[in-house]
Design a protein around this ligand. Structure first.
Ligand code: HEM
Length: 461
């Protein structure tokens, strides 16, 4: 079907009826949304989910309208975002004045210059942590991929956020707490119209998870406020920051900022790396070329920041991984005033679902959309693409703050791991996606490890 994104006559969106929408969404949500989008040829469709009837918006022109051109009319408030307030409070992950104030404070902390100042320490953390996997090679014990990648990425992000103010043990207590919160919100996402007076499965676990996070984060925040220093970590900078009235931030504001950035940064990156191992297992040709680049640039490893600009194929592979598996797979927006998108009238108070997973697989914008082909991201191939056919980091004023950090830390992680180990996926596929804040494999994924090239006990293999 062809797409006429510029149609001016106002009309109603086609609807996917409940009996077709619900089973797919429960089984494999991202894939179901991609299917609805493809069948409508990228036109806007409405999902008939009883009292909840969101619009699915996937055409790149329409995405651009919602995320950039008319972004103020499509806000991160309303029933989809309310459950997240339990976790984030009024932080950068909200909208309106709280979001603006938080963004103004946080944006200068994630510049290219700032990331360059901490890149060496990030590389050290990666190297330290993956050395611990040697034990898995010696014992033959496999790794639980999502757990290990989350542990590794959280170890890095904690350095950026807390410097040396958060001990490793406390840092590790946060990971399962976030996991609990992420999973426990599923019922609220599936039934966003349900009042809070009615308890849903997961509500109690969510509050427990938030309390566990607060028990770790608040004491660190209060100590940092009482003993301010000139550290370059985010918590130290937040303690020195002032709000728009020139007042120092409160412990609650600092806690919300840290928790918001932690949630946005650690699980997202960990899931991209998890999907990467699954894709490499299925594409030995890509794996071999990636390995060859890493051997040439990094040698025996570990990777250092100066290697990153030369890891060009690694970057292409990561970009293609995020095309097929964008961690931020669902970006809901609340319609503030009646409006029109691509000729379809959308009513004030309704929900618009933006789904990078669906857009990035639309046949109208991607050749062989389901094939994993990093060549799409060779520098010479990028120019022809619609800016909003590929947006794993979002777009417009809410665009991801951590994109540059991602492009430094993730090549360091991938190149350090592959210069030390060979990985093999031990769990049989195929793998499907599940309902969670970040796009996760539904199945537990076991990774087998062996040493790359040189046996770390000293002997050559
Ligand atoms: C694979 C890695 C990542 C992906 C795929 C990703 C994706 C995204 C997406 C899609 C958004 C837009 C959300 C929306 O429009 O509602 C976003 C926002 C954000 N991301 Fe990332 N992100 C990643 C890593 C990071 C990292 C490493 C940081 C660390 C600073 C970070 C911090 C943020 C923040 C603070 C926002 C909110 C920005 C705002 O609303 O003003 N992200 N991210």
């Amino acid at each position: 079907m062809s797409i006429d994104a510029g149609t001016r006559v106002s009309r109603r969106a086609g609807t996917v009826p409940m009996h077709r929408a619900l089973p797919g969404l429960l089984r494999e949500p991202a894939e179901a949304l991609a299917g609805f989008a493809q069948r409508s040829g990228g036109e806007i469709v409405r999902l008939g989910l009883g009292p909840f009837r969101p619009y699915l918006v996937t055409h790149p022109d329409h995405v651009q309208q919602v995320m950039r051109l008319e972004w103020e009319n499509y806000q991160r408030v309303g029933m989809f975002w309310r459950p997240l307030e339990r976790l984030f409070g009024h932080s950068i992950m909200s909208d309106g004045a709280h979001w603006r104030a938080s963004r103004d404070i946080l944006q200068p902390l994630f510049t290219v210059r700032y990331i360059a100042t901490i890149a060496e320490e990030v590389a050290d953390r990666v190297a330290d942590r993956i050395q611990e996997w040697d034990e898995h090679v010696r014992t033959g014990r496999s790794l639980d991929t999502t757990a290990e990648m989350s542990g590794l990425l959280s170890h890095i992000v904690n350095r950026v956020l807390f410097g040396d103010k958060l001990g490793r043990e406390d840092g590790e207590r946060i990971i399962p707490a976030f996991d609990t919160v992420s999973h426990s919100l599923v019922s609220r996402f599936l039934m966003p119209f349900m009042p809070y007076a009615i308890r849903l499965p997961g509500d109690r676990a969510c509050l427990r998870g938030v309390k566990q996070i607060d028990d770790v984060v608040f004491p660190v925040v209060r100590k940092a406020m009482a003993e301010p220093d000139d550290g370059l970590d985010v918590i130290s900078m937040l303690c020195r920051s002032t709000d728009e009235n020139g007042d120092r931030l409160t412990d609650r504001q600092i806690r919300d900022a840290l928790v918001g950035v932690y949630a946005a940064s650690s699980e997202t990156t960990a899931m991209v790396v998890t999907w990467l191992w699954l894709l490499l297992e299925e594409h030995p040709d890509v794996a071999a070329r990636l390995q060859a680049e890493i051997e040439e640039v990094v040698g025996d490893g570990p990777a250092r920041p100066e290697h990153v600009p030369r890891l060009r194929y690694t970057r292409m592979v990561l970009l293609e991984t995020m095309r097929l598996y964008p961690a931020g797979w669902l970006l809901p927006r609340h319609v503030m005033q009646d409006a029109e998108i691509g000729g379809v009238r959308v009513r004030k108070g309704s929900t618009v679902l933006i789904c990078p997973y669906a857009t990035q697989r639309l046949e109208e914008f991607w050749e062989r959309p389901r094939e994993f082909d990093p060549e799409r991201f060779a520098p010479e191939n990028g120019e022809r693409r619609h800016r909003y056919a590929y947006f794993p980091f979002g777009g417009g004023p809410h665009k991801c703050l951590g994109e540059h950090l991602f492009h430094v830390e993730t090549p360091l992680v991938v190149a350090s791991i592959l210069s030390r180990f060979r990985l093999s996926v031990r769990t049989p596929g195929p793998f499907s996606t599940s309902w969670a804040a970040s796009l996760r494999p539904r199945q537990r994924v076991e990774l087998g490890l062996s040493f790359a090239g040189r046996d770390r006990s000293g002997a050559c293999r």
